[in-house]
Each structure stands twice: as structure tokens, then as C-alpha cells.
Design a protein around this ligand. Structure first.
Ligand code: HEM
Length: 486
């Protein structure tokens, strides 16, 4: 090759290189211009990293998240505003339209986004962490047992469990019992024994409660910290569950060899999917843990709030009692409730829904934008968090007239879609909604038809920890010495 040819080649390569560099610079410049053009929602990001987290948690602890945090910012900035929570830039969205947009665009524009401590303790393989096809597969398995037809057969078992629970804890002769703590024991037993088919052994509830205490703690594994105690409790639960799952697997494989049918109970469905190779053992463990957590604290809080509202609204209580006495009067002395009976408890469900409207057991949850999202005239950048809350519609008079007053009759008329969202919506709509409903209705039935009760402190303060609500005790009193009036 001559010297001049070499020089030509060199200058050609140099020009190509310069052209590529210029093109890249231009593209970068264009994208930064378009990024600058994005209109972010209004709002304050607060201090570096910590943002407005302290105000958020303070408001939540006092059970004034709406009044002190959300409402104040809606008034200042509008229904869509930005803030920074727990290190993340976050857009808080409010209103039925926002709920519909973000909840129904799960997997397309947003994905559910839980704190790292929750993911580590609930398990990375639980349904709440799954997306797309993996989510659909697990949801299919879980939903079969939790659908109306799946639950119909569970009604006698739930009635029996509630009967045994009342006999053991309510008929002991005490004048005052703690409604909230006891319903936690009950809902734990219902999800484990009735739904999953796992016998509750002594100490199990304590182990689960220890995990729950760490779910929103800082995820640092210092010996003695809340998180590390929760982690070791989770390990113990895992060991117990692996044992149960392996025994179940052997039992089912033996039965299959003999040509027997698969049982319909949820643990058997999960283990059936494990045998068919659709899910792994760790997925079975993580989803059993998740179901217990998703079910027991939420349902017990909803029950406690229903009784609080009944205690504070004696007229509603009388209407509700009549509904249950009418059902009871059509039954023989030994007859238990049926699924058909629960369908007659319309007013009770109105009362429970109105209680969950005012006191949602889960205040809302976080999503993460998987792309830049255009919403309400603003851009929510990819990677930012989005927080939807039940309060954003439940306390808005656009959807609920005189929103702070307790009025179960408002549920006689249809409610605008995505305005009443204690169970969320879209592809992640609560999978256990029907079970929670049955649990609440049947429990209320047994209590109001058997006991003469009143609440010791009907206005007991409620504190929130930060994603689930806590009551200290919700003490319930039996004004007459005899509890059981039947
Ligand atoms: C009053 C009681 C309950 C309330 C208020 C409640 C509320 C919720 C809410 C708001 C969500 C959606 C969270 C989100 O969008 O990020 C959810 C999801 C879920 N709930 Fe419930 N829940 C209750 C009872 C139950 C019960 C009894 C079970 C099962 C036995 C259950 C199982 C689930 C599951 C598995 C999910 C995750 C669904 C998914 O990611 O596809 N829940 N619940």
C-alpha cells in the first residue's frame, strides 16, 4: 500500500469516527433537551434522600395520612403531586381515574414495588413479586381456591372454626376480651387450616407476627435488630413449611399412583403444581407465607373496625342484628350457615364496606414506572415510584357525599368503578377478597346472634405501622355476666 493510500484510509476512518461521535453527541443533546422539556408534577422533594418521609410517617402514625399529608398537598398542588419518600422520587396520585390508570396498567406502565425488607421477608418468589406470565400462573392456582365456587365448600369449615374459636376464647368467663388480638388468632387459623389445610401448631402465630414486625423495618441485619429477628423467624417458618410440603408431596404422589383424585385444598393445588413442574418448592413456601400475611392482619382489622362502627352507630347495629336474626329464625337449632345464607347479609356487607372505606386496612401501595409515563399533563420519569391510596377517593366528596360520616346506605347504589378500592384493582386486585368477605360476614353473624356485647373504648386511637393499621386491643365487653345468650 502506497503512503498516500494509507493517508486516505486513515483520513476516511477519522471522518467516519468524527461523524459517529457527532451523531451520538447530537442524539444525547436532543434527548437531554426533550428530558428538560418534560413537565414533572408539582410538589416538594424535601431534604436529600429522606425527602418528606418524616412528615409522611408522622401523619400515618397518627392515622391522619389523608388530613395531614395528602389533603394538604392536594390543596397546594392538585391531585397529582411529587415528593420524595424513603429515598425515592415519588408521585402521589389521587382519584378514581388515577386508580384506574395506574392499577389497570400494571405490567404495562408500572410494576408493584415493595420495600426491600418486605420482599426479603415475604419471599422473592411470592405472587406480589411476580410479573407477566409467572404472575398469571400463580394467580391461576391461588384464584381457583379463592373463587366463589372454591369457597362455597369452605363455609361449613369456616363456621366450625369460628364456633370452636368462640367456645375457646369468648366463653371463658372473662368480662372483657381483646377483640383485635383474638380476631388475629381467628383469621390466622382460617387462612392456615380452612384455606391451606395446614394445622396450626402452638407458637406458629408468634413466629409469623415476629416476621411481620420486620416487614417495614430498615433491612439491616444487625444481631438483635427488628429485621434480623424477623429474618430468623422467617427461617424457622421456612423449615416448618418445607417439611409440610415434602410430606404433602409424598402423600399426593402415592395417592396418584393408586389412581386417587387431587384434593381441592390450596396447599394441595400448590403442591400439585410443584409435582407437575410448574412451580418450585421455594415458590410454594413463599406463597404460603405471603397468603398468611395478606390475609390475617387485614381481615382482623376490618372486623375490629366493623365492630367499632357498630358500637358507635346503634341504629345501624339494630338493622344489622335484624338481618341476622331473620336468617337465624329460618334455621333449625343445629343447622350451620350456608353460602346461600351469606348472600342474604347485604346490609352487613354494606356496614363492613363503609367501615373499610373510612378505615382501609391497607392504605394503598407503591408502583414503579417502567417507562416514562404521561399522566394528567405531567411526565412521571421511568424509575420513579407512584403511590396510589384508598384515601385519595374514599375521603373525596366527589365520590362519597359527606365522606367523613358513617353511612352504610351509600352502598345501596352502585359505586363508581375504582372509587372504592380497599382491595386494590386491576391485575393485582386482592386475590382473597371473597374469603375476607365470608370471614367477616360469618364472624359478625355468630357474634351478634350469640353475645350481648359493647366496646370498652369505642374511640380507641388507631396507629398505623406504616403499611398496615394497628389497634392496641379493641377491648370488647360483655355487659351481662353470661356471654352466650343462645
Ligand atoms: C379485609 C381484608 C383484605 C384487604 C383489605 C386486602 C387488601 C388487598 C390489597 C389492597 C391488595 C392489592 C395490593 C396492591 O395493589 O399492591 C391485595 C392483594 C392481595 N391480597 Fe388481599 N386483602 C384482604 C384479605 C386477603 C385475604 C383473606 C387473602 C388470601 C387468603 C388475600 C390475598 C391477597 C393476595 C394473594 C394479593 C396479591 C395479589 C396479586 O399480586 O396478584 N387478601 N389485598
Amino acid at each position: 500500500m502506497s503512503l498516500s493510500m494509507a493517508i486516505d484510509m486513515f483520513s476516511l476512518s477519522l471522518s467516519v469516527l468524527i461523524a459517529i461521535t457527532l451523531a451520538l453527541l447530537l442524539a444525547n443533546y436532543k434527548s437531554s433537551i426533550s428530558k428538560n422539556k418534560k413537565k414533572l408534577p408539582p410538589g416538594q422533594m424535601g431534604l436529600p434522600w429522606i425527602g418528606e418521609t418524616i412528615d409522611f410517617i408522622k401523619a400515618q402514625k397518627k392515622n391522619r395520612l389523608y388530613e395531614d399529608f395528602i389533603q394538604a398537598r392536594i390543596q397546594k398542588h392538585g391531585k397529582t403531586f411529587k415528593t420524595r419518600l424513603m429515598g425515592y422520587p415519588t408521585v402521589v396520585v389521587n382519584g378514581a381515574e388515577a386508580n384506574k390508570f395506574f392499577l389497570s396498567n400494571e405490567f404495562k406502565l408500572v410494576v408493584s414495588s415493595w420495600p426491600s425488607s418486605s420482599v426479603q421477608l415475604m419471599g422473592e418468589n411470592s405472587i406480589m413479586e411476580k410479573q407477566g406470565d409467572a404472575h398469571r400462573c400463580l394467580r391461576g392456582i391461588v384464584a381457583t381456591s379463592l373463587s366463589s365456587s372454591g369457597l362455597e365448600g369452605l363455609v361449613p369449615r369456616i363456621c366450625q372454626t369460628i364456633g370452636t374459636h368462640l367456645e375457646k376464647y369468648w366463653n371463658g368467663g372473662e368480662k372483657v376480651i381483646s377483640l383485635y388480638s383474638l380476631t388475629k388468632v381467628l383469621t390466622f387459623t382460617i387462612v392456615l387450616e380452612c384455606l391451606l389445610g395446614i394445622e396450626v401448631k402452638p407458637g406458629m402465630l408468634d413466629l409469623f407476627e415476629r416476621v411481620l414486625e420486620g416487614v417495614f423495618a430498615t433491612p439491616v441485619n444487625f444481631p438483635g435488630s427488628k429485621f434480623s429477628r424477623a429474618k430468623s423467624a422467617r427461617k424457622e417458618i421456612e423449615n416448618v413449611l418445607v417439611d409440610i410440603i415434602r410430606r404433602k408431596r409424598k402423600e399426593m404422589e402415592k395417592r396418584k399412583e393408586k389412581g386417587g383424585e387431587e384434593e381441592g385444598i390450596l396447599l394441595s393445588r400448590l403442591v400439585g403444581a410443584l409435582i407437575r413442574g410448574e412451580i418450585s418448592e421455594v415458590e410454594v413456601v413463599d406463597n404460603v407465607v405471603l397468603l398468611v400475611f395478606a390475609a390475617h392482619d387485614t381481615t382482623s382489622f376490618a372486623i375490629a373496625m366493623t365492630f367499632r362502627m357498630l358500637a358507635n352507630h346503634p341504629n345501624c347495629c339494630s338493622v344489622l342484628e335484624k338481618e341476622h336474626n331473620d336468617i337465624l329464625s329460618c334455621k333449625g337449632p343445629e343447622e350451620t350457615l350456608t353460602y346461600e345464607d351469606t348472600k342474604k347479609m347485604n346490609y352487613t356487607w354494606q356496614v363492613a364496606r363503609e367501615s373499610m372505606r373510612i378505615f382501609p386496612p391497607i392504605f394503598g401501595s407503591f408502583r414503579k414506572a417502567i417507562d416514562d409515563i404521561e399522566y394528567d399533563g405531567y411526565t412521571i420519569p421511568k424509575g420513579w415510584k407512584v403511590l396510589w391510596t384508598a384515601y385519595g377517593t374514599h375521603y373525596d366528596e366527589e365520590y362519597f357525599e359527606d365522606p367523613l360520616s358513617f353511612n352504610p346506605d351509600r352502598f345501596e347504589d352502585p359505586i363508581q368503578p375504582y372509587a372504592f378500592v380497599p382491595f386494590g384493582g386491576g391485575p393485582r386486585l386482592c386475590a382473597g377478597y371473597q374469603l375476607a368477605k365470608l370471614n367477616i360476614l360469618i364472624f359478625v353473624h355468630y357474634v351478634v346472634t350469640r353475645y350481648n356485647w359493647s366496646l370498652v373504648s369505642p374511640d380507641e386511637p388507631i396507629t398505623i405501622d406504616p403499611f398496615h393499621s394497628l389497634l392496641k386491643e379493641c377491648p370488647l365487653e360483655f355487659p351481662q355476666s353470661c356471654h352466650d345468650t343462645m
